[in-house]
Design a protein around this ligand. Structure first.
Ligand SMILES: Nc1ncnc2c1ncn2[C@@H]1O[C@H](COP(=O)(O)OP(=O)(O)OP(=O)(O)O)[C@@H](O)[C@H]1O
Ligand SMILES: [Mg+2]
Length: 253
């Protein structure tokens, strides 16, 4: 059996918003070139945990973080490391595409600009990212069209294109399919499965079928703690914890 290489991890992570503790003592590891699903009832801290890896709480004055967040050996909260540098290596795809009326082209170009990618290199990178995200054929005739005019599924693949354009090592996805119909969902899932060859992927989902379709590993969270983590098939079919079994069978959450 191959030993898994851990790409991303948190050790004894704790997070408070003001006096409210949202992450309690989270230790979790995400293996390289695998898809890990993060599941658990609403409010248990899935998005909060994901956002820690992307330095998204930096600007929340009431958020206090303890513990260690590592990308391989790199401490993501080390003094002089900027959030931009972290996000270059760890990309994030959100639930809803943001509503700014930028063009398809500019959506991707923007990230390249703020990361100082030379101007002459950008058109090829953008084309490539769109191809890699299985959306090129649907948009190539008019890259200047406002991205808001795309369908939900197309916008989601565009968000993924924007992320892969920067060649991160890890892609974090927070409910990327929650607003999509089954056909768009299956397109995005097919894309995610293809991307795992090149990226380490963590995906938050409320869709138990989706987790079982695409995730190698599954992590179950409840009230700010990891209850159980393991191979997806095992976690769904032979959970070690009673609470995991109840959740995946839909008894609560
Ligand atoms: N910026 C914030 N300030 C204060 N409390 C917050 C903030 N963001 C999240 N919370 C609280 O932290 C807890 C965890 O929220 P989080 O968004 O991580 O949950 P989640 O597991 O992603 O839920 P869902 O499945 O509904 O998206 C919730 O109780 C939420 O109200
Ligand atoms: Mg969430």
């Amino acid at each position: 059996m191959n030993k898994e290489h851990i790409k991303l991890s948190a050790t004894a992570a704790k997070l408070w918003f003001g006096t409210k503790q949202v992450l309690k003592n989270v230790t979790v590891a995400f293996p390289e070139n695998k898809i890990t699903a993060l599941i658990g009832p609403s409010g248990c801290g899935k998005s909060t945990l994901l956002r820690c890896f992307n330095r998204m709480h930096d600007l929340s004055p009431d958020a206090r973080i303890e513990g260690k967040f590592l990308l391989e050996e790199q401490n993501l909260y080390k003094g002089n490391l900027t959030a931009t540098a972290v996000r270059r290596r760890i990309g994030m795809v959100f639930q809803q595409a943001n509503p700014f009326p930028k063009s398809i082209y500019e959506k991707i170009n923007y990230g390249l600009k703020i990361n100082d990618i030379p101007k002459h290199e950008r058109p090829a990178i953008i084309e490539n990212a769109l191809k890699e995200s299985y959306i090129w054929d649907e948009v190539k005739d008019d890259l200047q069209k406002p991205a808001t005019k795309l369908s939900g599924g197309q916008q989601q693949r565009l968000c993924i294109a924007r992320t892969v354009a920067l060649r991160p090592e890890v892609i974090l996805m927070d409910e990327p399919c929650s607003a999509l119909d089954p056909i768009s969902t299956s397109k995005v899932e097919e894309l995610i499965l293809k991307l795992k060859k090149d990226y380490t992927i963590v995906i938050v989902t409320h869709n138990m079928q989706q987790a079982q379709r695409i995730a190698d590993k599954t992590v179950f969270m409840y009230l700010g703690e990891i209850i159980e983590a393991g191979d997806t098939h095992q976690l769904f079919n032979k959970p070690q914890q009673e609470m995991t079994g109840n959740y995946v069978k839909g008894h609560f959450g």
